[in-house]
Design a protein around this ligand. Structure first.
Ligand SMILES: C[S@@+](CC[C@H](N)C(=O)[O-])C[C@H]1O[C@@H](n2cnc3c(N)ncnc32)[C@H](O)[C@@H]1O
Length: 157
């Protein structure tokens, strides 16, 4: 189903958990859309790619200017959650190693092997993947996946 329709199909949700997906309908929009589907005092855990320290190298900012221009800081997203009717219980940033172990360490050589693939679309995709990993390696931990652990708190808005 389309995640934007959750409140039309489900009510009284005790815990809504969404990893790396809310951005598809916009983080702020997702939080506002899903709030009415939670039971009063219910919980939501949403992970979102976020700026971590305001010190991203220019190449990183450049990459995300087109890659994910809507990326926001943790402080900004916590404020968004507050305005959408949630208490922020905790945030948790995925460690750097979580991007590497079993993911980039496998993806990088596979993408490089496809850089001279006969199909142009494959070459373009492979090059974009290689670039994404280079950007990550030079990012200085300036961005990451942050889990926002929230509790519905309509009285706060
Ligand atoms: C980056 S993936 C994350 C998937 C999974 N949660 C994980 O952590 O591996 C984002 C997912 O959102 C799904 N998606 C995109 N727009 C959606 C929508 N409007 N409603 C429901 N799912 C959607 C995509 O199909 C994709 O599977």
């Amino acid at each position: 189903m389309d995640m934007k329709d959750i409140p039309q199909s489900f009510q009284g949700i005790d815990l809504l958990w969404s990893e790396g997906a809310a951005y598809n309908i916009g983080f702020a929009n997702a939080l506002a859309t899903w709030a009415p589907a939670l039971t009063p005092g219910g919980y939501m855990v949403v992970s979102e790619l976020s700026w971590l320290n305001g010190q991203a190298p220019e190449a990183v900012r450049d990459f995300f200017r087109s890659g994910y221009p809507d990326m926001q800081s943790v402080t900004h997203n916590a404020a968004v959650a507050g305005r959408a009717g949630y208490k922020v219980l905790a945030t948790h940033t995925l460690p750097r190693q979580a991007w590497v172990d079993g993911y980039y360490e496998i993806l990088a050589p596979r993408a490089k092997a496809l850089l001279d693939h006969p199909a142009a679309a494959v070459r373009v995709f492979a090059a974009a993947t290689v670039r994404e990993i280079e950007v990550f390696q030079g990012s200085g931990d300036s961005y990451g996946y942050v889990f926002y652990a929230l509790q519905e708190d309509r009285t706060a808005v």
